[in-house]
Design a protein around this ligand. Structure first.
Ligand SMILES: [Zn+2]
Length: 236
């Protein structure tokens, strides 16, 4: 798929959606299946990337991330960034009476995808290098960029899968956690600086990969668990 890498690759998105699905209440699963009209839940997590080649959806381009200049703190704005979009989509799903099945299906797909993106540190990055897309690096000898290292390269190289994410389950029980999109974005942002600083001479080496593998597994798990909580609450 020759689409620019701007999110966890499809593996990451589907993994977190599968984790969320494991924790959905049965009647919530039924509701979601009804709205998605037979489309597989984990598959719906990549819809927002699939439509990037369709100009009808260009207005959604900025939904996937938030840019904050280096050294600055988050300030609320009216921009169509990931924080505002997630808050808006949850709000719309909570008040879905009178909206069409198709509109609700689109909102489910937006929610599932953006909850994944929110947990990837490079999605709370800097505009100047487009969230690391313009930071050329060699990934264990192969040409890549810092954004792709986090979206895809480490996941593939280390064969990160649902089971390896679930290893961390004991540390990440989030059942009682309140939905807080800004807080979760700031967690990603806190990992951003080290993600840049640990690249030495343009090289992402094995030490880097092994250092951040657990973090990626934890973020995928956390995002899946949090997504299930949101959906269980919204469709209760
Ligand atoms: Zn995305």
């Amino acid at each position: 798929m020759p689409i620019a890498c701007l999110a966890w690759g499809s593996d990451g998105h589907k993994m977190m959606a599968k984790i969320a699905e494991d924790y959905l209440d049965n009647h919530v699963k039924d509701s979601i299946r009804y709205y998605l009209g037979g489309e597989d839940f984990p598959d719906c997590s990549v819809w927002m990337d699939e439509i990037k080649s369709d100009s009808t959806y260009d207005y959604m381009f900025q939904y996937h991330y938030i840019n904050i200049p280096e050294g600055e703190e988050y300030r609320p704005t009216e921009n169509p960034n990931i924080v505002n979009q997630l808050q808006a989509v949850i709000e719309r799903l909570q008040h879905r009476e009178g909206r069409t099945k198709e509109e609700i299906a689109v909102d489910i797909k937006i929610l599932v995808h953006l909850m994944g993106d929110l947990h990837q540190p490079l999605h709370a990055g800097y505009a100047v290098d487009r969230g690391g897309n313009d930071v050329k690096v060699s990934f264990v000898g192969e040409e890549s960029n810092l954004h792709k290292v986090w979206d895809i390269d480490i996941i593939e190289d280390q064969r990160i899968n649902i089971d390896s994410c679930y290893k961390w389950l004991g540390d990440y029980s989030v059942k009682e956690e309140k939905t807080d999109i800004v807080k979760w974005m700031k967690e990603s942002r806190n990992n951003l600086k080290p993600a840049y600083e640990d690249v030495r001479n343009g090289k992402v080496d094995k030490t880097y990969v092994l250092k951040y593998k657990p973090l990626i597994e934890q973020r995928l798990l956390q995002s899946g668990l949090r997504l299930s909580n949101i959906l269980n609450e919204v469709f209760a």
